[in-house]
Design a protein around this ligand. Structure first.
Ligand code: UFG
Length: 329
């Protein structure tokens, strides 16, 4: 039986495919390669290039493969872009997921592990954020992910399709051997941008605001290593396979680091003097987002291995040093 990974050529999806294959799962991948990289997909996974919004294409993959479960990473994920172009997010994310659920229902596939986000919470008054914290997305990206979660809930009630939604905080790092890693164009995420400055590919880091109500005034985020994050997906697959009910889990580290602390940690790891200047706030950035991930630990038995941001940054740095142009070489 096969696990179908949607968006398996992306940053997070490619780490999932790699871990699944290495743990002995049979894996098929769908990716439209709009943002993903074919070279990131493990050679032992069967690759189908195409778009989840094209129902006949998705049906053809379900016909060829004996799919037991789906892991769904195929989505647009830039907060700023979603504010400028919300319909792109409702089309790619929400309509795409609707097609996936239709085909799953048609082929009687009953398990889906879903890539959700802390952006479903918006800017909560309290940190750490638990799964009981009310959702209140502040941008179309977060809204689209919440809509996708809700669609799955109703599909569970009507058709018995069980889901686990994993709400990610800030995913970072790369596989320990640096064979796969993060390669976005354009890059908007803090750690890769800092490391591009360390490599001399950018002049300096712009720190987006230092007047937030945090200790040093810069935004606080909760960083989780991509390999730990994927371990939770595999546990979630097994959880569903064991007949457990649909569920939602936060994935983070229970600790927050400010932008300035991350910069300091990156200077330590890279031993480079990474220039930075304070710039205006970026629209839509909440001051603090820290996860309570106790539920994933208690229910799924999740045990993250990377507990220090320096270790997370070090794996990202190995990837950047060995692949300064990402997958292009
Ligand atoms: N930042 C800078 N300068 C930069 C880039 C980022 O100061 O050049 C700051 C941001 O303002 C933010 C922090 O670094 O405070 C982290 O920013 P990222 O863009 O790396 O990550 P976000 O917290 O904005 O977003 C991440 C995911 C989203 C997800 C969100 C949920 O990338 O997909 O977490 O909170 F929706």
């Amino acid at each position: 039986m096969t696990i179908l990974v949607l968006g398996g050529a992306g940053y997070i999806g490619s780490h999932a495919v790699d871990q699944l294959v290495n743990q002995g799962y049979d894996v098929a991948v769908i990716d439209n390669l709009l943002t993903g990289h074919k070279a990131a997909v493990h050679s032992k996974a069967r690759f189908y290039q195409g778009d989840i919004r094209e129902k006949e294409f998705v049906q053809s993959v379900f016909q060829k493969e004996k799919i037991e479960g789906v892991i769904h990473f195929a989505a647009s994920s830039l907060v700023g872009e979603s504010v400028e172009n919300p319909l792109k997010y409702f089309n790619n994310n929400v309509s795409g997921t609707e097609i996936v659920l239709e085909v799953m229902h048609e082929f009687k596939v009953k398990s889906i592990v879903f890539s959700s986000t802390a952006a479903t919470y918006g800017e909560p008054e309290e940190n750490p954020i638990t799964e009981m914290t009310p959702t209140n997305p502040k941008n179309p990206y977060g809204e689209s992910k919440l809509m996708m979660e809700k669609m799955m809930r109703w599909c569970d009630e009507a058709y018995g399709i069980k889901f686990v939604a994993l709400r990610y905080f800030n995913v970072a790092g790369a596989k320990a051997d640096a064979s796969i890693g993060e390669d976005h164009a354009p890059e908007t995420h803090l750690i890769p941008i800092i490391l591009q400055v360390a490599l001399g590919q950018r002049e300096q880091l712009a720190i987006f605001g230092d007047d937030y109500p945090t200790e040093d005034g810069t935004c606080v985020r909760d960083y989780v290593h991509v390999e730990d994050l994927i371990a939770a997906h595999i546990l979630a697959l097994e959880y569903l396979k064991a007949g457990n009910p649909s569920n939602i889990f936060n994935l983070g580290s229970n600790s927050g680091y400010s932008v300035k602390q991350m910069l300091g940690a990156a200077r330590k790891v890279t031993k480079k003097d990474i220039p930075a200047k304070v710039a205006p706030r970026r629209a839509g950035d909440p001051g603090t987002l820290v996860a309570a991930s106790d539920k994933a630990k208690a229910v799924l038995g999740w045990q993250p291995q990377y507990t220090e941001v320096e270790e997370i940054i070090a794996t990202a740095w190995n990837w950047h040093v060995s692949h300064p142009y990402g997958y292009k070489e």
